[in-house]
Design a protein around this ligand. Structure first.
Ligand code: GLP
Length: 242
């Protein structure tokens, strides 16, 4: 595990965007695994800026997102589909048909998960997976206790995750209870993994993920077993680590 120390959120975003852009330049037809949440937003903004300058070309890139709320339509302001359109896809020259997100409106969970696993297999797996870190150590929406062997599956979101998501929804009742997420098995099969972490509120869980026992109780701890993980974290997030 390589840890890259960033001064602050802005610095973390630039450093993460640098790694992602290097991947695109080295392999223009790469498959990027993408994440939502507030942490990667700055990196997406940076990528858009470099695209506008003519330094990046997304024409050959394929993306596969980690997760989507179940029962939320693409057009919903809080869907991860919409998030990705707004933050990245509509602002660069990526081909819409090469961007994949689980279908939140597919009510048949088995069908939705199988379809997503097949997509990931068909596109040949992930070259670089970008991850954020949940306060309970989740990656994607893999909540504590999930088997590391899981592929795409339906998740009952924990109270703490729903609470963390409340700020994005008009009322508590609007916060979705379920999501489809890529499983740890699939994430671990990515050739490279980049984790972005920012803020004092992530410091304890980052320490647990990096130094603690490898256990499904802290899903991100599994990353200790991957041979090509880069964590880009700011000083506040690293404040519990030496
Ligand atoms: C959500 C997402 C995760 C994300 C996490 C942390 O649960 N499904 O992919 O990493 O939130 O979000 P944030 O970056 O806003 O702290």
């Amino acid at each position: 595990m390589k840890i890259i120390r960033a001064k602050d959120y802005r610095d973390m975003s630039r450093k993460a965007a640098n790694i992602i852009s290097a991947q695109i330049i080295m392999k223009p037809d790469c498959v990027l695994g993408l994440a939502t949440g507030s942490t990667p937003v700055g990196a997406y903004e940076q990528l858009v800026e470099w695209y506008n300058k003519g330094d990046l070309d997304f024409a050959g890139v394929t993306t596969v997102n980690l997760d989507e709320y179940r029962g939320i339509a693409k057009e919903h302001p809080q869907s991860y589909y919409r998030f990705m359109q707004e933050k990245l896809f509509s602002k660069v020259n990526i081909r819409p048909e090469r961007t994949f997100i689980p279908d939140g409106m597919e009510a048949d969970a088995e069908k939705a998960c199988r379809a997503y696993n097949e997509i990931i297999e068909k596109i040949g797996g992930i070259d670089m997976q970008l991850l954020g870190l949940g306060h309970n150590g989740h990656i994607g929406f893999n909540e504590p206790g999930t088997a590391f062997e899981a592929q795409t599956h339906l998740v009952e979101l924990t109270e703490s995750t729903k609470k963390a998501n409340q700020r994005f929804f008009a009322s508590d009742e609007d916060v979705p209870h379920q999501a489809y997420t890529m499983g740890i098995k699939t994430i671990m099969q990515a050739k490279r993994i980049v984790v972005v972490v920012s803020g004092r509120d992530k410091a304890e869980i980052l320490k647990a993920a990096v130094e603690g026992p490898i256990s499904p109780a802290v899903q991100a701890s599994v990353l200790q077993l991957h041979n090509h993980v880069t964590i880009v974290a700011d000083e506040e997030a690293l404040s519990c680590l030496p």
